[in-house]
Design a protein around this ligand. Structure first.
Ligand code: FMN
Length: 186
């Protein structure tokens, strides 16, 4: 697939079939992720693959409670509250797999490095006919000691990018982009 076509075509997918994503495919996505650039070529990324739906349900419940208890009161939290209090809302949209990209330490550019790996992974997923979505709702819980313990993640690691992957039920609608704010200094 042409790169620009992949960049333009990738969408956040929130409806998946029950079809599993096999190990070979997951390794292919990780191979693409680790081609990302990283500061001082540190490659701080680690990958935790979660396919156990009972674990994903549990993380979803805990992450929702954690967000409701910790998010500051503002218009954004007003927007999220109905969703987070809905017992039928699963933050991972019942996707067959979660790939959590964490940094192996709290270094200066680790978040940037892991986010670049995450975009490569999402583009590779799209090129393979799969859907993906970054689940920010999971981040603050997964960064807590309870969250790390739930996945056996070492205390020093920093979860950055929880990415769900699966077979899309239907192509998601196009999402518009704002006109970029560009300044030229000639
Ligand atoms: C850091 C980050 C966090 C996100 N968190 C969530 C999330 O918790 N739940 C969700 O449904 N989508 C989440 N998204 C997906 C965005 O809503 C989506 O990328 C955006 O609406 C643009 O749509 P597109 O990806 O289809 O272009 C997140 C995206 C990013 C980059």
């Amino acid at each position: 697939m042409d790169l620009i076509e992949a960049i333009a075509g990738r969408r956040a997918v929130r409806e998946y079939t029950h079809e599993i994503v096999d190990e070979k495919t997951i390794h292919r996505l990780i191979d693409a992720a680790v081609r990302a650039p990283s500061a001082v070529n540190r490659q701080p990324w680690t990958f935790t693959i979660v396919r156990d739906q009972v674990v994903l349900d549990r993380i979803s419940r805990e992450a929702k409670s954690h967000m409701l208890a910790t998010m500051p009161l503002n218009t954004q939290s007003d927007h999220f509250r109905p969703l987070l209090t809905d017992p039928n809302f699963q933050i991972f949209y019942h996707a067959p797999v979660l790939i959590l990209i964490s940094a192996d330490s709290a270094g200066s550019w680790n978040v940037e490095d892991c986010a670049l790996a995450a975009e490569n992974l999402m583009l590779a997923a799209y090129a393979a006919g799969l859907g993906s979505c970054w689940i920010g709702f999971a981040q603050s819980f997964l960064n807590s000691s309870t969250g790390k313990n739930m996945l056996g993640i070492p205390a020093a690691w920093v979860p950055v990018a929880p990415i769900i992957v699966g077979h899309p039920k239907a192509p998601p609608p196009p999402v518009t982009r704002k006109a970029p704010k560009v300044r030229w200094i000639d």
